[in-house]
Write a protein that binds this ligand. Structure first.
Ligand SMILES: Cc1cc2nc3c(=O)[nH]c(=O)nc-3n(C[C@H](O)[C@H](O)[C@H](O)COP(=O)(O)O)c2cc1C
Ligand code: SF4
Length: 641
């Protein structure tokens, strides 16, 4: 029983029914052309309110058009936003949740081409464009914009606001010495750098009254040179408490930091908890922690050990809106797990696309899904292949009430994803496979292992539809000398499945995600690894957050990477290639691991001609791509039949 996590807590003059907070996420959908919220955003929040969370935040509430972080975020800078916000609050608050807005100005981290900031210093990463230093009058006006926006939130019925003072956005830019080199009353000393924040708080309190709760998200560490540090947060926290702040939400990282705000699967769980723990020693108001807190038991232990008073979850609530309720009931295995890939969520929004989730394609589609009807005719569905696409399709068909049988040629389920999960730091990929396996078990879906799709099977179970989720396999390229070499010639699948030993010195051909994680897998075993990538960039199909940690690992493992490679020929024990205009010869290698293109496995499609049953292709069998397509196509096909 998670007694501490599900105990109530006072936040200012409010009471949250539990200690779970859905952190602000700029999801980049659900607004109209004037950035007023639409049904899409409302239903996204309604779904999560139904899921049982205690407190919830709208992300990216823009206080000024010139500080919009991303194009499709809700605006709070004009009274015209109020009617739609009121409607949203009314519909969301039907589900016993404290509902707030995070107010922010992006400053130099805005997506806009022309940005303002304390000083004319561009952000070190992610965004490009011109940055202009704010005039004093503009700073005062912006403080007042925060106040006006908070007033609009209160008038719309929200319970509280949170100021975004973290992650390198405008307030954080004022606080941090590396982004604020002003010499007036807003720069220099600690007091001057925090002046903007206190002026904002005062302006809000004047406009909303002091009883309207204000929380603050603040970095415990920017993790960047000459940035804001834990000692600064510890110094500021009691001052914020004195100013009447209702809670402190401690996070970390800015654009370009060494530890990322939204860490990928390589990062330990609870990576910022130590920051909240330290801040908590210096204040009485509730302190919230965040960052890769994935398992409910972990959240419970953070609170029971006194490290924080509340736990915020971001991506876990994208992956499963009903996480809180399932955790409360102790149904941990039913929680659809975030796998920390960062691809469907933050990678998408930073590319200015709508946010989604690799394991939950329903994100952003809640307003469509709520009116979905169950199928009028239940059918028998035969799914060939128990990789992620097959398992996801089986679950979705079974949830709709269809009878589902899965046949899998191999002894085990999981397909190539279970091999990818063997690479260092990527074990969490297994979590989603285990989730599907348990769901199928509970739904009574039969999986026949060591069983190929056949006409006999189609007839035996009297299938109405056949779904081919038979996956893909590595392609062998035709390159001079490759088939004559004395080196061991293997594929990434052979290596990851432990079928083939490769010796000490290895060439990996291919710099996509599979090539790099295979290289990491080998380097982790102490092998000397060279990656030859014939493309111009590495692992483009990964999110930049996930790729960042992998690149750091490859550096530590001394893996040598070449891109834009043109191979002259493979030799008996090496390779001759051209890269960066230079011809390079390597000798003394033991193996070449092929990890370039994948080909769909579709042999079973031939059976379609011999039966009247309709066949459908999904996932890699349709076209080899990443997990996001596998799961979304699986759910789509089940929803369409
Ligand atoms: C798509 C996306 C958008 C985000 N936008 C915001 C934001 O607007 N404000 C903010 O404070 N944090 C934002 N975050 C960070 C999250 O609130 C959270 O701190 C982070 O994801 C780490 O927590 P988690 O591991 O539980 O996801 C965003 C995260 C994601 C995935
Ligand atoms: S896209 Fe990946 S990291 Fe983002 S919420 Fe979904 S599973 Fe988690």
């Amino acid at each position: 029983m998670l007694t501490r996590l599900f105990s109530p807590i006072r936040i200012g003059n409010l009471t949250s029914k539990n200690r779970l907070l859905m952190s602000a996420m700029s999801i980049n959908f659900g607004v109209d052309e004037n950035c007023c919220v639409t049904d899409q955003l409302v239903e996204y929040f309604v779904e999560r309110a139904k899921g049982g969370v205690g407190m919830m935040l709208v992300g990216g509430g823009s206080v000024h058009p010139g500080g919009q972080e991303l194009p499709d975020l809700p605006q709070m800078y004009n009274d015209s936003c109020i009617p739609a916000l009121k409607d949203m609050v009314q519909r969301v608050k039907a589900y016993d949740v404290l509902f707030g807005v995070q107010l922010m100005h992006g400053g130099r981290q805005s997506y806009l081409p022309q940005k303002v900031a304390p000083s004319a210093i561009p952000a070190p990463a992610v965004v490009k464009g011109e940055v202009r230093a704010l005039e004093i009058a503009e700073i005062k006006e912006l403080a007042s914009c925060f106040g006006d926006s908070a007033r609009r939130c209160r008038d719309s019925g929200f319970d509280f606001v949170e100021l975004h003072g973290a992650h390198g956005y405008l307030i954080n830019q004022f606080l941090a010495p590396n982004s604020n080199i002003r010499t007036d009353e807003y720069g220099g000393s600690f007091e001057n750098r925090s002046r903007f924040l206190f002026e904002i708080i005062e302006d809000i309190q004047t406009k909303t009254g002091k009883d309207f709760p204000i929380g603050i998200r603040i970095n415990g560490n920017d993790y960047i040179e000459n940035g804001w540090e834990l000692k600064d947060t510890v110094r500021l926290a009691p001052l914020l408490e004195k100013a009447g702040i209702a809670y402190l939400h401690v996070s970390g990282g800015v654009y370009g930091s060494t530890e990322l705000t939204i860490p990928s699967m390589y990062t330990p769980h609870g990576c910022f908890v130590h920051l909240a723990e330290e801040v908590k020693k210096h204040v009485q108001i509730p302190v919230v922690t965040v960052g890769r807190i994935k398992y409910p038991e972990h959240a419970e232990s953070i609170i029971s050990e006194g490290k924080a008073d509340m736990v915020a979850f971001g991506r876990s609530f994208l992956a499963d809106p009903y996480y809180p309720e399932k955790a409360r009931k102790g149904e941990f295995a039913k929680i659809r797990p975030c796998i920390g890939c960062c691809l469907g969520c933050i990678h998408a929004v930073l590319a200015k696309e709508p946010g989604s989730c690799v394991v939950n394609p329903g994100v952003g589609r809640e307003y469509k899904l709520k009116d979905e009807k169950l199928p009028s005719r239940l059918q028998t569905i035969l799914i060939a292949g128990a990789g992620p696409a097959g398992l996801a399709a089986a679950r979705q068909f079974a949830l709709k009430g269809h009878k589902v049988v899965v046949c899998e040629k191999k002894q085990d389920s999981g397909g190539l994803l279970s091999l990818a999960a063997k690479a260092p730091g990527r074990g969490e990929l297994d979590d989603i496979l285990n989730f599907f396996r348990k769901e199928l078990d509970a739904l009574g879906v039969e999986i026949r292992h060591n069983t190929e799709l056949s006409l006999d099977l189609i007839h035996e179970i009297q299938a109405d539809q056949v779904i081919l989720a038979t996956g893909s396999m590595p392609d062998m390229p035709v390159i001079k000398g490759l088939f004559q070499t004395k080196m061991n010639l293997v594929t990434n699948v052979d290596v990851m499945s432990g079928k083939e030993a490769v010796g000490k010195n290895v060439i990996v051909l291919g710099g996509g995600m599979t090539g790099l994680i295979t290289a990491d897998f080998l380097a982790d075993q102490g092998k000397k690894v060279v990656v030859l990538n014939r493309k111009k960039s590495f692992a483009e199909e990964m999110s930049s957050n996930d790729r960042y940690y992998l690149r750091e690992r490859l550096k530590k493992g001394k893996v040598v990477l070449y891109k834009n490679v043109s191979i002259r020929q493979f030799t008996d024990d090496g390779v001759v290639f051209k890269a960066n205009g230079e011809e390079i010869t390597f000798t003394g290698f033991d193996a070449v691991v092929i990890s370039e293109k994948q080909s769909s496995i579709r042999d079973a499609k031939d059976l379609e001609k011999m039966t009247s049953v309709k066949f459908h292709l999904i996932g890699d069998a349709k076209s080899p791509r990443h997990l996001m397509y596998c799961i979304s196509e699986a759910e789509e096909i089940a929803d369409s039949i």
